[in-house]
Design a protein around this ligand. Structure first.
Ligand SMILES: CN1c2c(nc(N)[nH]c2=O)NC[C@@H]1CNc1ccc(C(=O)N[C@@H](CCC(=O)N[C@@H](CCC(=O)N[C@@H](CCC(=O)O)C(=O)O)C(=O)O)C(=O)O)cc1
Ligand SMILES: N[C@@H](CCS)C(=O)O
Ligand SMILES: [Zn+2]
Length: 764
């Protein structure tokens, strides 16, 4: 019998219950008991849903109030003294580590937050030091397993594996010489003890995620798998059966490191890499199971049942039905909860889609077909084949004019008119900026009032004219504040935007968007990625009106603000019927028209944000990665190279260490980079000979914490020690949309004053 399995389910709730209650808790509007009640309710609903769908292997411990990697850090006491010293509750320590905490008697910044592989999910990076003393602080996985059991549902707890946990972490400030993987032997007894407790609670098996198996790993990390899993196999107490799960890529290059490990089975991602079946199956011992990840945990398209079943049948033929499991390719955390409430989607397109709840049925149907034959699910297979065929032949997907324009892209279109030195001179004359110029990354606080007004407009409760007037007032306030505080290059604040990608998706042909398709990005922040269904083009200017209005209010330069082609692609659900490169080129051409229109409207500083360019980088070095870098860079340049030399092109990156070579290849006049949480200046040293200008983020916008002016001066001081001061801009790490106004005002005042000190210091 072929079982069905799910690697993780979204925890946010179909109505974003988790966000609403968490934020209410932070605001002191609900207590911990209410937050925990909502958490428990969500877990119960998710388990019941999966049981009702007929899923055989249902996960537990996939729930988290903030981030599941952070939860494991807390369970294993990977908590720096700067947090533990306050003796906060587990949940408050979690939030302090996730988002920083500043209140009477407490002042601690957040831990670093980084991208989860190539997804738009962010995890809080475990930080290890010489003084890290592993111990079991809590038994979250046991508690949640027992909670499901009390509901009458047997689950398989999920944990991040010990090797991935260490490798994905970093050495803390005070222990820079520490290689986290060297702590494996200290970690394992505690990890094993945790597993023993899970077994003692009655769990027969666990899913241990080792997603780093799809990365290029140094030899000592490869060797760590043997050390870890042999230790667990020989542990003195009984442990649950272990399935090691890898996802988001090709595990074959690390197969030698896990072949023959004493575990019950492995899970691999066959949506991404179907061709790994032969080798991963051959690497199994005769008893080990193979979990075939065949329903996409990262996209919203219906699985092609016939295609999926072929892979499952091939696995069965190799190792026998009883050792094969049909699974989601990864956790479903990265997909929206359900299609059920999407009443506005064009029914033709809706029929092509599948969100987390619908994917449960897909896994069950494919497993049933593999167990009892296709006849047992003939109607489901026929309906699936019909919708796959309908999508393939639909006119919605193909626009000949767009295809033709992409075909005609020339080399001249991806090159600015002059080299940077010439452009710089023109821009100096045009913009007349001081040294250490200050700016922000674009968004200002998205207040409740803004969201309520947008909501009213969407529902037709206020007219377009009323909404526009409201937005103009917001822009005017943001401009006034920036003038008062003394910023040099102003922004309009993006009040008209719900999200930096969704906003563009809603204005471009070829996209559809959902009413409720939320996906967790980090903590309580969610996104509603638009879905690319067809060829992309720009029916009309998207941002010109707001930027032009903002410029009319000030004599300082106003920065136009666009989201770049690769970021629009990465933060949407992309098509899987044409290549990412084609989609990026289509987007780039649409944005090129927008950039040119902004310039024609008198906007001479234009920022094209590409924060997602790093996350799109294929996880392993090689031809695929080289190809990506080439088309990603060319797409950015295609969108920005149509302007005159006097127009200054900015770009912005956050959440990632983008390879300096790739940043340089973009040839933007100014790039702003997230920097405030970097512990050292190694990264920017690589830019010391780079002629184009860089703005380094001097404070963390994810945290409500206000850094003092002195702290910001010290940050600038450390930067000018290694980076040419003539080329330095001063700005926050990213946009301020998640902040409150009072925090923003204090943060920016301190930032501008700190920059002014340096401007004066080096004025002669
Ligand atoms: C910069 N980042 C982004 C990423 N991905 C994106 N797609 N966008 C990004 O900006 N990835 C990396 C980073 C970090 N990630 C994020 C992600 C999300 C946020 C964020 O602030 N999200 C908001 C939701 C934004 C949004 O779409 N808002 C809508 C809907 C607002 C809403 O809830 N309306 C209410 C009604 C009004 C009310 O009563 O409040 C409703 O519908 O019920 C809008 O503004 O119109 C979030 O709140 O999670 C930040 C960084
Ligand atoms: N312009 C955007 C960039 C976020 S990455 C903002 O300021 O929110
Ligand atoms: Zn950013």
């Amino acid at each position: 019998m072929v079982l069905s399995s799910v690697l993780g389910f979204p925890r946010i709730g179909a109505q974003r219950e988790l966000k609403k209650t968490t934020e209410a808790y932070w605001a002191g509007k609900v207590d911990i008991a209410e937050l925990e009640r909502v958490g428990k309710d969500l877990r119960a609903q998710n388990w019941a849903k999966q049981q009702a769908a007929g899923v055989d292997i249902i996960p537990s411990n996939d729930f988290s109030y903030y981030d599941h990697i952070l939860d494991l850090s807390l369970s294993l006491n990977i908590v720096a003294e700067r947090y533990s010293k306050y003796n906060l509750s587990t949940i408050d320590t979690t939030f302090a580590m996730g988002r920083g905490l500043q209140r009477e008697g407490v002042d601690v910044p957040a831990n670093e937050m980084v991208k989860w592989f190539d997804s738009n999910y962010h995890y809080v990076r475990p930080t290890f030091s010489h003084s890290t003393a592993f111990k079991l602080n809590n038994t979250k996985a046991v508690d949640e397993y027992l909670e499901a059991k009390a509901q009458g549902i047997e689950t398989r707890p999920v944990l991040i594996g010990p090797v991935s946990l260490l490798f994905l972490g970093k050495a803390d400030k005070d222990s820079q010489d520490l290689e986290p993987i060297s702590l494996l032997e200290k970690l394992l007894p505690i990890y094993a003890d945790y597993l023993a407790k899970i077994a003692a609670a009655g769990a027969a098996s666990v899913q241990i995620d080792e997603p780093i198996l799809v990365l290029d790993l140094p030899e000592n990390v490869q060797a760590a798998f043997k050390t870890a899993y042999e230790f667990l196999a020989n542990y003195q107490a009984t442990l649950p059966k272990i399935t090691i799960a890898s996802y988001f890529g090709d595990a074959r290059p690390n197969l030698a490191a896990i072949k023959g490990l004493p575990v019950a089975g492995f899970h691999y991602d066959f949506v991404r890499v179907p061709e790994q079946l032969e080798e991963v199956a051959a690497a199994l011992t005769p008893e080990q199971t193979l979990s075939v990840g065949i329903v996409d945990g990262r996209n919203v398209w219906k699985a092609d049942f016939a295609k999926a079943l072929k892979i499952v049948e091939a696995a069965k033929a190799k190792i026998g039905a009883d050792r094969v499991v049909v699974a989601t390719s990864s956790s479903l955390l990265h997909t929206p909860v359900t299609l059920e409430n999407e009443i506005k989607l064009n029914p033709e397109i809706k029929d092509w889609l599948s969100f987390a709840t619908q994917k449960l049925d897909e896994v069950v149907i494919i497993a049933k077909a593999a167990t009892h034959g296709v006849e047992s699910v003939a109607a489901e297979f026929a309906a699936n084949a019909a919708s796959i065929a309908a999508r393939a032949s639909s006119s919605i997907t193909n626009d000949p004019a767009v295809r033709q324009r992409v075909e005609s892209i020339t080399a001249d279109q991806i090159k600015r008119k002059s080299a940077f030195a010439t452009r710089l001179e023109e821009q100096k004359k045009n913009l007349n900026l001081p040294s250490f110029p200050t700016t922000t990354i674009g968004s200002f606080p998205q207040t409740k009032e803004i969201r309520i007004n947008r909501n009213k407009f969407t529902k037709g409760e206020i007219t377009a004219a009323e909404y526009e007037k409201f937005i103009e007032q917001e822009i005017a306030e943001v401009v006034k504040f920036q003038e008062e505080v003394g910023l040099d290059v102003l922004v309009h604040g993006e009040p008209e935007r719900n999200d930096m990608v969704q906003y563009f998706g809603e204005r471009l042909k070829g996209f559809v968007f959902t009413q409720n398709g939320w996906v967790q990005s980090y903590g309580s922040r969610y996104v509603r990625p638009p879905i690319i269904v067809g060829d992309v083009s720009r029916p009309a200017p998207m941002t010109v009106k707001e930027s032009k209005f903002a410029q009319s209010l000030t004599s300082k330069p106003m920065k136009g603000m666009l989201t770049g082609p690769v970021t629009c692609l990465r933060w949407s659900f992309p098509r899987n019927d044409i290549s990412p490169k084609q989609q990026a080129q289509q987007l780039a051409l649409a944005l090129r028209d927008e950039v040119n229109d902004l310039e024609a409207a008198g906007i001479y500083v234009i920022q094209v944000d590409e924060p997602a360019i790093r996350e799109g980088l294929p996880l392993r070095a090689g031809a695929e990665r080289d190809d990506y870098v080439k088309y990603a860079v060319e797409s950015f340049r295609l969108s920005t190279s149509g302007v005159e030399d006097k127009t200054q092109i900015h770009s912005h990156f956050c959440y990632s260490d983008l390879d300096p070579a790739h940043i340089k290849a973009l040839d933007a006049d100014v790039v702003s980079i997230e920097f405030s949480k970097k512990d050292d200046n190694k990264y920017i040293e690589e830019f010391s000979n780079y002629p184009n200008h860089i703005g380094l983020g001097v404070f963390d916008i994810h945290s409500p914490r206000v850094p003092s002016q002195e702290e910001l001066e010290a940050k600038i001081q450390s930067i000018v020690g290694v980076y040419p001061k003539e080329n330095l801009w001063v700005n926050p790490d990213c946009g301020l949309k998640t902040r409150k106004w009072d925090e923003t005002k204090k943060q920016l005042t301190n930032m501008v004053n700190a920059a002014k000190i340096y401007r004066e210091k080096y004025s002669s």
